[in-house]
Design a binder for this molecule. Structure first.
Ligand SMILES: C[S@@+](CC[C@H](N)C(=O)[O-])C[C@H]1O[C@@H](n2cnc3c(N)ncnc32)[C@H](O)[C@@H]1O
Length: 265
């Protein structure tokens, strides 16, 4: 979701002046492009929500939108139609684009209803590396301006993540978020690798808890050897801590700092 603070809610602006009288609608158009376009295609699993001046919500569904092109002017024309057509109830103003009057709290309520997990993007948030993305994340960004005080108050209880100390353009943040999500998706199907072996599940759970605090998901694999240890109790066998290949080095360093040098053979 992108909060636009200056775009006229009436839709009354000229397409010849997107950064001026259209209230930096060019920023929103680039954000829409970054969220939905890939080379020669569209992300059908993505929905973009624009909230204009805390008053009009425009939703663009990647799996249904038509006539969306990468240039800012034609996207602005689609948004202009949405703003002009917005009413109390949602109206489909062009295929896959619906508009309605709504406030930020109402938009958040809808996100909760569809079981999305809102997350605020902010330069001063927690480092993204330490934040495991939930299922169905809904990222909230501002336009060329900071969030207003009213925005901040409504968003205060949400998780807040940073992509680094450098302030980036909204569209750049969206591209990075897609990269991270695409990479996570690849990881779920990638093989996990052995990071460390310990004796006993309680200790293994302690270590995985620590890794998760650092944003590193880990799986446990029990590896009991009953013939060697006939008296062994459940949960006291060898447990293997498995992580994603890209987390291996950092996970091993964290375990080394807090517990012991990891054993991987
Ligand atoms: C251009 S910035 C907003 C204005 C900016 N605060 C400034 O002082 O110029 C656009 C939005 O992108 C997001 N953003 C920019 N840089 C970010 C970063 N390093 N980490 C997380 N979000 C960032 C925030 O949502 C921010 O409100």
């Amino acid at each position: 979701m992108i909060l636009g603070h200056k775009v006229p809610t009436s839709g009354e602006f000229t397409l010849n002046d997107l950064p001026g009288t259209a209230g930096r609608i060019d920023v929103l158009c680039r954000a829409v492009g970054a969220a939905l376009f890939v080379s020669h295609g569209i992300r059908t699993d993505t929905e973009v929500v624009l909230l204009v001046q805390d008053a009009v919500q425009i939703r663009i569904a990647g799996d249904r939108v038509k006539r969306l092109n990468p240039d800012e002017r034609s996207t602005a024309a689609i948004l202009q139609l949405a703003l002009r057509g917005a009413a109390a109830e949602e109206v489909e103003t062009t295929p896959g684009v619906v508009a309605a009057q709504a406030s930020l709290s109402q938009v958040l309520d809808r996100l909760y209803q569809i079981e999305a997990h809102p997350i605020v993007l902010h330069e001063h948030g927690d480092p993204v590396d330490q934040f495991p993305f939930p299922e169905n994340p809904a990222f909230i960004l501002s336009d060329h301006l900071d969030f207003t005080e009213a925005d901040e108050a409504t968003l205060a209880d949400l998780p807040r993540i940073s992509l680094g100390s450098m302030t980036l353009h909204t569209s750049q943040c969206i591209t990075i978020l897609h990269y991270l999500l695409d990479r996570d998706e690849g990881d779920t199907s990638a093989d996990l690798v052995l990071c460390h072996k310990v004796w006993g599940e309680p200790k293994a759970r302690l270590i995985t808890g620590l890794l998760e605090d650092f944003g590193i998901p880990a799986n446990l694999m029990s590896h009991a050897v009953p013939s060697l240890y006939p008296g062994m109790l459940d949960g006291l066998g060898e447990v293997r801590i498995m992580v994603r290949p890209r987390d291996l080095e950092r996970a091993r360093a964290i375990i080394g700092d807090y517990f012991e040098q990891p054993v991987d053979e």
